[in-house]
Design a protein around this ligand. Sequence first.
Ligand code: SF4
Length: 402
Amino acid sequence: MPEFQSRFKEIQRRVPIDEHNFSIQFDETKCKNCTLCRRTCAATQTVMDYYYLPSTNDMPICVHCGQCAAVCPFGAITEVSDVDKVKAAIADPSKVVMIQTAPAVRVGLGEAFGMDPGTFVEGKMVAALKKLGADYVFDTDFGADLTIMEEAMELLHRLQSEEIPIPQFTSCCPAWVEFLETYYPDLMPHLSSTKSPISILSAVMKTWFVKQQNLDPKDVVIVDVAPCTAKKAEIRRPELNASAAYWNQEDLRDTDISITTRELAEWIKSEGIDFDQLEDDHFDKVFGESTGGGRIFGNSGGVMEAALRAAYYFFTGRKAPADFIPFEPVRGLEGVKKATVVFGHFVIHVAAISGLGNARKFLDELVAAGNFEDYSFIEVMACPGGCIGGGGQPKVKLPQVK
Ligand code: SF4
């Protein structure tokens, strides 16, 4: 075995893809040592080469972005499947199953059924979930609207107060949050305190909506469908348990199960549902309506644009103009774009970054140059291109490996 491959095999054995990893699983019998996963993790995401931090006692780090699973051509690395848990909840007559779907799912799911990339299949996706037995199907875009308002208010607060520092980092990507916690812990005060759209909506569903419907929260199972493998880890974070405090029941979780776009596609196929022929259906009301701001969350720069538009509105009382954010690429840095936005007395320099390798380069350069506060707002999405290229999206086009 060539030296590189044997080193890879050794590293692979130490990669935290074992029963403790809630997002990713590794089947050694299917691995052909092509090293695509390793190169994606190390070169594109700059995670694996940094695994062995002294602070972690030589324990390897995985931020659960799932890009290794997205590129593995042999099915050796896949997401941990949680579909059976959803099926069991649906089969249990005492359970009420509420499913929410993230913005990038409706533009990714069609690819798994041979449709052109980007085909908008919201109606068929909702119809499929209802056919599969969901009691309610809600739109994560509603949660994205709440995230936008929280992030915008926090940004205005940071701009006007010296209590918390600028730049503000977005916090809706769980793999980015884990990356920051692990590699740049000193920068944590810059991370927005806002929950991700899925986490916000699950909390509202498990508290307010469950009460409105006069349900027992123990009987309610909340599922998210996301383009994201990192959500499987995020939903287990101890702080994401607003419902436990609200209902004074320690064992409640806001989100019970997270599945990827790929898992949903496989589930639809395994039930013999003819996806192409489904009549369009609609999200259930209350959490089925949104402003559309959340819809752009799937693309890099979308979270920032939506939050800045909300901040403009809160501050001026007017809607922001269409060409409000003149993004331009940053020379020499792939996956990074920047813009300067002016409103009121604020001159706000912003940057939107996708891909963790790009984030590492950007942060290292900024910290080394010592001009960290030149930026007011920085969006980071862990996956190249944003959630649309998420680790749990259908595998049609492989991301480029440097
Ligand atoms: Fe998940 Fe999107 Fe972050 Fe990728 S970019 S880890 S899909 S939230």
